[in-house]
Design a protein around this ligand. Structure first.
Ligand SMILES: Nc1ncnc2c1ncn2[C@@H]1O[C@H](COP(=O)(O)OP(=O)(O)OP(=O)(O)O)[C@@H](O)[C@H]1O
Ligand SMILES: [Mg+2]
Length: 779
């Protein structure tokens, strides 16, 4: 029996209002997720509801996992039979049982974004699209938003008549769907859309699930899109016991089709709905909460609500401005280092940022300072080549219908099967309406293959032999077998030993995951299968790589941080142009900026005890150096809750030369394999011969004064200086550099934006640098 007394009266109301539609609308950290999990326990313990009849839905696997854990702790019996999962996993589970009535077989494959791109590339080629005019990415994005709105290829095609471009895209959509079907594959958006379709065409199936899921709960409801809304609506139509919790201020997925109307119009969509508001925040200190309230109140289109807390005021939110992004990242790392040295745990810290690109510097600095970190959303384990290769083997063994998988591994490791042969098999498969792998099996009947047929036969024999082992092999053993029997491991090692080792370690990790999967189903009602494992893998989102037990700093984007909490949070890159992003600043639609502000609110409210906002005056974005002013969101935090710790700028706004961007190591930018972009370009109209940094701010900038009274020098857009027209030294000259000392110029190459000078320094060795910043003096 649980103690529901730990809930406040409004939370209790949310828990105890079990019948009929309920909307819990409340701000961050007010215990929405907590109320939801207690509600599940209450239904079982107090209302005698069978756990079998309960379903809880959320967005990320991480959130589902946390909810599962909380439910397991609260519910003593029957927790296993409650469906607690993401929208996507839920739909996969339903489709695995019933998709046959939509013409797919139940062992369908789920395509990830790479697979989608490959498939779309093939589609565009087949339909003879001009690659300059039609990019697979943008067509896929269009298709994805259509699917979010439940618009099928046929519907879209019908409504596109008369519009040339749109009807071309409709053609691509139709063919893309045809190919998916041929491969017995679904993309992520299909998972939801096909389930809705299934319910629509098959009322008996819908009835079964309506009877089963008499109590449905949805967390983070503000991020549901139209398709997800329809799904919930259909499932709950019979018993109408639907409880959704959400916060309109945290709606951050509009770009992925999330429809805020779902929350704003809940009461009209579900007549008789009770609306419960929670206003007490249990997560953050008073200062953090006041900062969050100060920011979000600037959004016009919102339901007004005020969050308060009984928690202590805590220390003020801190804002720090650095000269460069390098300094910012390093300062964060140093700060964490210091605090850990004085007793904090690494896992107390999260560094959140707007764009994935920002993570590289932060990672680098964490490495330099010996800080263990976990990058969430970076290069996904499952995107690694070796993992995709092995998974493609597994897919081909499991389901020969997946053409992309079979094509990926037919010549990996090398079997002497070339692109021409593969092309011929593809043509044969297409003409005979069969899968690529089936066509491989029929290689002897494809005359154009000639001698290559023998090689194909070898490949097929191997796959068939793995298939026959499935009955008595564990998945882990099967992976092991693939690596050794096919010669894959050997080929890796022959390539590059170091890289091979990492790759083999990754494969080992995949094996561990397979073993974990098999163990998780021991004694359960479902038996582990290769399809089941592949399905689990396909559903793993980036955020899942985070394991709580590990004592590491977490680096992640603001989007991935939704629903989570950390004692100490850094929000890095708080700059106008980055956060809010330039697109939202320039957009005609004011909601774009408001969505960024909601994201900022999400970021601030992740912090429990401490919040540190940082920004850099100078940062490389897409290979361009930008000068940026602090984010407008910083200025929206009422000054009394904010402690500004600005370091004096090293940049000149009054005639003194600026400091070059590289810090310490001297080769900062080159570490990422791009040429150093330390040269700047003037705005087009104002091109003029180079003069060493003379107060660009005074020339082009304008002084602004933020709400807070802080005087900033705002240098508008990107700044730049045109390249030197002449140099005061030449090859062979002796020159001196502020940091590297004296040396001899060995090469000068004219680049588009600057001269690149190579100098053999007497002590520091050979360095290549841009003239503008090297500021070499002839000696
Ligand atoms: N009544 C309560 N008493 C004590 N602690 C509570 C109470 N309600 C919630 N909390 C705690 O407050 C924190 C935030 O709760 P929870 O994560 O459920 O909030 P939320 O509204 O779901 O937040 P978000 O909007 O970020 O998803 C958690 O640590 C939770 O345990
Ligand atoms: Mg929550």
């Amino acid at each position: 029996m649980n103690n529901y007394d730990t809930l406040n009266p409004m939370q209790r109301l949310a828990v105890e209002t079990t019948e009929g539609p309920v909307l819990v609308l409340a701000g961050a950290g007010s215990g929405k997720t907590r109320a939801l999990t207690h509600r599940i326990a209450y239904l079982i313990e107090e209302c005698g509801v069978n756990p079998w009849n309960i379903m809880a839905l959320t967005f990320t696997n991480k959130a589902a996992g946390e909810m599962r854990e909380r439910v397991d702790n609260l519910v003593e019996f029957g927790a296993d039979s409650i469906w607690v999962s993401t929208f996507h996993s839920t739909c996969v589970r339903i489709l695995r049982r019933h998709i046959e009535c939509l013409g797919y077989s139940t062992n369908f494959t789920i395509y990830d974004s790479d697979d989608q791109k490959t498939m779309m590339r093939q589609v565009l080629k087949k339909l003879d699209f001009d690659p300059k005019q039609y990019k697979e990415r943008s067509i896929l994005a269009t298709i994805s938003s259509l699917k979010d709105e439940l618009i099928s290829a046929e519907d879209f095609s019908a409504r596109s008549a008369g519009d040339f471009r749109q009807s071309r895209i409709a053609e691509a959509y139709l063919e893309y769907q045809a190919q998916l079907r041929k491969n017995n594959a679904l993309d992520f958006d299909d998972l939801i859309m096909k389930t809705v379709e299934l319910f629509r065409v098959n009322p008996e199936v819908l009835d079964y699930y309506q009877e089963r899921f008499r109590y449905i709960m949805v967390d983070e409801y503000q991020d549901t899109n139209t398709a997800q809304f329809r799904l919930i609506e259909l499932l709950s139509a019979k018993y109408k016991n639907l409880c959704v919790v959400g916060d309109d201020d945290q709606s951050i997925y509009k770009f992925r089709g999330a429809n805020i109307e779902n929350i704003l119009e809940f009461e009209s969509a579900f007549p008789g709905a009770k609306v419960i508001r929670l206003e007490q925040n249990y997560r953050s200190t008073g200062n953090i909460l006041n900062a969050a309230n100060g920011v979000i109140k600037n959004n016009a289109g919102r339901k007004d609500k005020t969050l308060w807390t009984e928690n202590e005021e805590g220390i003020p939110v801190v804002f720090r401005q650095y000269d460069t992004a390098y300094e910012e990242a390093d300062a964060i790392a140093v700060d964490i280092r210091d605090r850990v040295d004085s007793g904090a745990a690494y896992s107390d810290f999260a560094v959140l940022y707007r764009t994935n690109a920002q993570s590289r510097l932060l990672e680098e600095k964490c490495v330099n300072r010996g800080i263990p970190y976990r990058l969430v959303g970076g290069v996904n384990f499952y995107q690694r080549k070796e993992i995709k290769d092995i998974l493609s083997y597994l897919k081909t063994i499991d389901n020969g219908l997946d053409d992309l998988a079979a094509q990926r591994i037919i010549n990996v490791p090398k079997r002497g099967i070339g692109a021409t042969t593969i092309g011929r098999i593809m043509v044969y498969a297409e003409a005979n309406d069969m899968s690529f792998y089936e066509a491989c099996k029929a290689a002897d009947r494809i005359p154009s293959l000639g001698k290559a047929a023998g090689k194909i036969r070898g490949f097929v024999t191997q796959i068939q032999s793995f298939r026959s082992k499935l009955a008595y092999y564990s998945i882990g053993d099967l992976i092991e077998d693939i690596v050794t029997e096919t010669g894959y491991g050997e080929e890796l090692s022959a390539d590059d030993e170091v890289a091979a080792e990492t790759r083999l370690e990754n494969i080992e990790e995949l094996k561990n995951k397979a073993v974990a999967y098999e163990e998780s189903l021991e004694d359960g009602e479902e038996a582990p299968t290769l399809s089941g494992f592949l399905e689990e893998v396909a559903l793993v989102a980036d955020v899942d790589s985070m394991e709580d037990s590990e004592n590491r700093v977490v680096l992640m984007t603001l989007h991935s941080a939704k629903g989570l909490e950390f004692p100490r949070v850094y929000l890095a890159g708080m700059e106008d142009g980055l956060f809010p992003g330039m697109m939202s600043i320039n957009s005609d639609d004011p909601d774009e900026l408001e969505e960024e502000r909601r994201l900022c609110y999400v970021g601030i409210t992740r912090a429990q005890k401490e919040l540190i906002l940082t920004c850099a005056r100078q940062r490389m974005v897409n290979g361009e150096t930008r000068f940026q002013k602090p984010s407008r969101f910083v200025g929206e935090i009422p000054p009394m809750y904010l402690h500004r710790q600005e370091t004096p700028s090293m940049f000149s706004f009054g005639g003194v030369p600026v400091k070059p961007m590289s810090t310490g190591g001297g080769s900062g930018f080159r570490t990422f394999g791009r040429p150093a972009q330390e040269a700047f370009e003037l705005p087009k109209k104002e091109k003029e011969p180079y003069r060493p940094w003379t107060a660009p701010a005074a020339r082009y900038g304008k002084a602004i004064s933020g709400d807070s009274g802080l005087k900033e020098t705002y240098i508008g857009k990107q700044f730049s200086v045109s390249k030197a027209t002449s140099l005061s030294y030449g090859v062979g000259d002796r020159v001196s550099h502020v940091k590297f000392g004296e040396g001899t110029v060995v090469d000068i190459t004219e680049q588009k934006k600057d001269f690149e000078v190579t100098v053999d320094f007497d002590k520091a060795g050979r360095k290549r640098m841009y003239a503008t910043f090297a500021k070499l003096k002839r000696c």
